[in-house]
Write a protein that binds this ligand. Structure first.
Ligand code: CMC
Length: 371
């Protein structure tokens, strides 16, 4: 009976880890990351600073910052990883190709099987850089093009974006992209982070834990939502079209991607509010895209009135990526690349204070059968 009372479907409300990394404080409406408000980090610093904060537990000084950025930008992806990606079927989902690539990276790291947190912390910037380079090249490889390497005289976010879109990018575009990377960098214990910690808790290695996280993040209820949002907007074409489409889907009891969140179910995800500002800034800088923002606003209004549901980060990241000209299949892989920093921080923390995850079940099957 005691076990029955403690069962929470989907582990809703269950505290499943003790952490010093981040916390969604719904009372103060603050996303705390290593003591800082994530929204302030998005507004004030760069992604590389957040990587330092997550890994070192403090914001990097100029020297450490430079060291981290160089490690991330100069990280070498073994040629064989690209060769494997070349040989995979082009129609294979980008997250499945990414999952294969992340798993393959282990083969080229002499310390791959070490679950030692100090070794993992040392290797983390390189792994984050490798993942970003793989993601940046996923689409061009599927198109039959050669991979492009990051350039050490450019910043991480600029390298990442210009490799994806294969053109020079403006400071406003880099800033919008960088803000999305920080927004995606860390968010307490979503399904993918939990999956990574569960794998790490067996003292399995970081690549295995990251590979599990890619599989988790692919799902449309999680990271796959940003891709689903843009397909919804493209199908709808106009604000009126979106309102009609949402009403049809709701009448059929379908979910509208980009709305709702386990923790912020009846309020707006603070990251969505910030990315909405980013979207407006990007539109002002580019002088195009205001129809897209008007559509998003209409969708937001309809969902609030009809369902009392609010946008999550994916709802506003999708139009930002669309205006940046990013291929749609890369939206969720970019989420993973950005989150790899938070994931590695969690894997390191799990290995530092490990206890094996092994919960119990509420058994509802038969008993007493005999052969
Ligand atoms: N559209 C329509 N109805 C919804 C939605 C939605 N997006 N989200 C929740 N609901 C309804 C749901 O149908 C249910 O209604 P009822 O009680 O009448 O059956 C109620 O709200 C509670 O839903 P739930 O699925 O039990 O709640 P949950 O906490 O398990 O779900 C969620 C959280 C994110 C899976 C859900 O809100 C959802 O499916 N959203 C759409 C997918 C999405 O945008 N995912 C990205 C999440 S945020 C970024 C990330 O983590 O990747």
């Amino acid at each position: 009976m005691a076990e029955e009372r403690s069962y929470s479907p989907g582990l809703e409300g269950v505290i499943a880890a003790e952490t010093r990394i981040s916390f969604l404080d719904t009372e103060q409406e603050e996303i705390v990351v290593r003591g800082y408000n994530l929204l302030e980090l998005i507004r004030r610093v760069q992604y590389v600073d957040v990587v330092g904060l997550l890994l070192d537990e403090r914001l990097p000084d100029a020297g450490r910052r430079e060291e981290l950025e160089q490690e991330m930008v100069n990280a070498q992806v073994p040629e064989i990883v690209y060769e494997i990606l070349w040989r995979l079927p082009a129609q294979m989902h980008a997250m499945d190709r990414l999952r294969t690539a992340v798993s393959t990276l282990a083969g080229f790291d002499p310390e791959a099987n070490s679950a030692d947190p100090d070794s993992e912390r040392r290797r983390a910037p390189r792994i984050i850089g490798q993942i970003a380079q793989i993601v940046a090249n996923l689409h061009r490889i599927a198109q039959g093009d050669r991979p492009q390497h990051f350039e050490s005289n450019r910043g991480f976010a600029e390298n990442f974006l210009r490799t994806i879109v294969a053109r020079e990018v403006t400071p406003a575009e880099i800033r919008a992209f960088e803000q999305s990377l920080i927004a995606y960098s860390e968010h307490e214990l979503p399904n993918s982070t939990f999956a990574a910690r569960v794998v790490a808790s067996t003292l399995s290695d970081a690549y295995g834990a990251l590979t599990a996280a890619v599989a988790s993040l692919k799902g449309p209820l999680h990271g796959g939502a940003n891709e689903a949002v843009i397909y919804l907007l493209l199908e709808a074409r106009t604000a009126d079209g979106l309102e009609a489409l949402i009403r049809q889907k709701l009448a059929r009891k379908e979910r509208i991607m980009g709305f709702g969140h386990r923790v912020y179910m009846r309020r707006m995800d603070p990251r969505a509010q910030l990315l909405k500002e980013t979207l407006h800034e990007l539109i002002a800088a580019k002088g195009t895209g205001s129809e897209l923002a008007a559509m998003c606003q209409r969708g937001e209004d309809v969902m609030r009135t009809e369902k009392g549901l609010y946008p999550n980060l994916d709802y506003y990241a999708a139009p930002v990526y669309y205006l940046l000209g990013i291929p749609i299949e890369l939206y969720t892989p970019i989420f993973f690349a950005a989150r790899s920093a938070g994931l590695l921080a969690h894997i390191i923390e799990q290995h530092r204070e490990n206890r094996l995850y092994r919960p119990r079940v509420l058994y509802t099957g038969p008993r007493g059968l005999h052969v």
